[in-house]
Design a protein around this ligand. Structure first.
Ligand code: ADE
Length: 225
């Protein structure tokens, strides 16, 4: 999979995407992430990419021309399956969206800043608008990093058995069950006997029950089939 990201602050994306599983995914050639500085497509030599909003009011708006030129230029080399705009008024990001996006070949993500991007880019280019939650970040970069991480780790070959995505929270509309490691007794706090029993079927049943219990307690809003 290839993900192109348009940003005015590419530095913000370097660290979250340059370590651990995201680094491994890229080193293995399973995920390619290219961050493009929007200023390359600025409208003048001052690097201008934003302007005052029509109708007045505080806050700048990211202009049409740099964004349209950036998208046109990047679209010459490949057809994007989705052109995604990160915005707090977008569709709430969740595991099912990550699963769906992980099946795509080419994604383009636009990170907004200031008051956001000119509505005409949203109307004529953007195919999907994503919010990572009901709060406002100072820019779309951290939100884009969240999406790239959640999607990238689902690509076949990125995770090994130990980190398999199949047992993650949300994959079966269930939160993940509790986990334990050695020692079996720490300060008298004991690991549940069943996990030490060696009976894999019983362990699986226990994990399912615990996941269900946790989900009902903590996330009654999650649908149980
Ligand atoms: N940009 C600013 N806040 C955001 C959010 N909550 N989700 C996605 N993009 C954003």
């Amino acid at each position: 999979m290839r993900i192109d990201i348009i940003s005015v602050l590419p530095e913000l994306l370097e660290s979250p995407l340059g370590h651990s599983i995201m680094k491994r995914a890229q080193n293995k050639g399973l995920l390619e992430v290219h961050v493009h500085h929007l200023r390359q497509w600025a409208v003048n030599e001052y690097g201008q990419v934003d302007d005052y909003q029509y109708g007045g009011g505080a806050g700048m708006v990211m202009m049409c021309e740099p964004l349209a030129n950036a998208i046109d230029s990047l679209s010459k080399d490949r057809r994007y399956d989705e052109i995604i705009y990160m915005t707090p008024d977008g569709q709430r990001f969740e595991q099912k969206i990550a699963n769906r996006l992980s099946l795509k070949e080419n994604l383009l993500i636009i990170c907004g800043h200031y008051k956001g991007i000119d509505q005409r880019i949203r109307d004529h280019y953007v195919t999907m608008e994503i919010s990572i939650g009901d709060y406002v970040l100072s820019g779309g970069e951290l939100a884009a990093a969240v999406v790239v991480d959640a999607v990238g780790r689902l690509l076949p070959g990125v995770l090994n058995d130990e980190t398999s995505a199949l047992t993650d929270s949300f994959q079966d509309d269930l939160l993940a069950p509790p986990v334990y490691t050695r020692p079996a007794d720490f300060r008298g706090w004991k690991v549940p006997d069943i996990l030490l029993s060696g009976d894999l079927k019983k362990v699986d049943e226990w994990r399912y029950e615990e996941a269900l219990k946790r989900t009902i307690e903590r996330r009654p809003d999650m649908q149980q089939e």
